[in-house]
Design a protein around this ligand. Sequence first.
Ligand code: UGA
Length: 440
Amino acid sequence: MKKITFIGTGYVGLVSGAGISDFGHKVICADISKEKICTLNNGEIPIYEPGLNDLVKKNVDAGRLSFSSNIENSIKDSDIIFIAVGTPESNDGSADISAVKSVAILIAENLNDYKVICTKSTVPVGTGELVKNIISENINNNVSFDYVSNPEFLREGSAVNDFLWPDRVVIGADNKRSFNIMKEVYDPLYINNKPILNTSIVTAEMIKYAANAFLALKISYINEVANLCEALGADVHQVAKAMGKDGRISPKFLHPGPGFGGSCFPKDTQAFATLSRENELTMNTIEAAIKANQYQKDRMVKKMKHLVGGHFKDKKISILGLSFKPNTDDVRDSASIDMINAIKKGGGSVRAYDPIANEMMNDIIDDIKFFKSWEDACLDADGVAIMTEWNEFRAINLEQLKKIMNEPVLLDTRNIINIKKLNEHNFKFDNVGRGDHNAH
Ligand code: UGA
């Protein structure tokens, strides 16, 4: 059993900390925010993540997981320190690692014995070297340490499962001692035959960006294929299904939509592209994926505008789904933001509903109306845009929807509504690349 501290109780720190405590280790999740720690100590989880409540409770009850705002003591008491603080996008597109740097100094100042310092936050390639130097420069005794990189591959909404059943664990470690310590942390996965890959630190950092950027690229690609399908009358879902049968392509992340959002792909693709420019290279593919993504978000706005008569002036538009994907309340870079802003700018009004993300959206956009059900949000609407594929929207009763709307007009940016039924109920509708819409 290892004694471990996670610094940063965002969704990465909390899910990973709880997950590792579930592997049998003793974990402290520490944060400078006393308020967050107080919430956690009261048994409440500050983020919405399916399965996390149960995982946290189980391990707190077992005495393996605790929360503390005393980061100094937590560091001193642990064998391994995970850095899991935020690395938001800064103005120039690069990742802001100021929190990582501050934590590195704090760790150095409290290093009382040999420890492994591990970065889990997504940091620009090369940060490991920097963090190592910061720690070395700020240590005021003879204690040694090893630095490792252990990137996360968790999807919001299924992060607990992704942590407990990963496709792989990447450990960037420069020596056997630190790799073996980290391997012990993940032993239950190793026993279950999950691959644990040992790379250099810089390679581990690279793997994280290369994987995220590739997935983003795949989404932008299928979105562009979808747009061409629309023009030519083909069905993108059949195209994607057939493409995905090829093991070299795989069926995952080939679902067309309104453009990717969230806290990772938009930020990480920008950071990756910036990193390549800083190294006097151009990642043409990634630049194109970013551009295609904005194009897709704008295209959804154009589709909606077209559906309601070419302008938003005095139109009442219902937005169903605000989060960037289902099963999360995260609205960061969600395509719904572009849609809402365009409707407002065009002189229309927005009636929004999300099963759990109303509040989060309200924090950044406060001049639209939020409702507690899709039925309320769609009342008297001139058009409705489905922006997130929440399950409850799949089951929308079109007869009822038509009755409550001013005009039966629907944009399905997630392709979850049956086209045959839309036609049967005489909806004017559009979607993404299904080769069957009646909006033109
Ligand atoms: C992503 C990666 O999938 C994780 O492996 C990674 O660990 C994480 O970023 C991170 O770096 O922390 P996440 O952003 O939570 O996870 O969500 P995804 O499921 O990847 O979806 C991202 C966006 O792509 C969403 O807006 C989603 O709607 C969109 N998407 C996804 C599509 O439009 N089509 C698809 O086929 C898949």
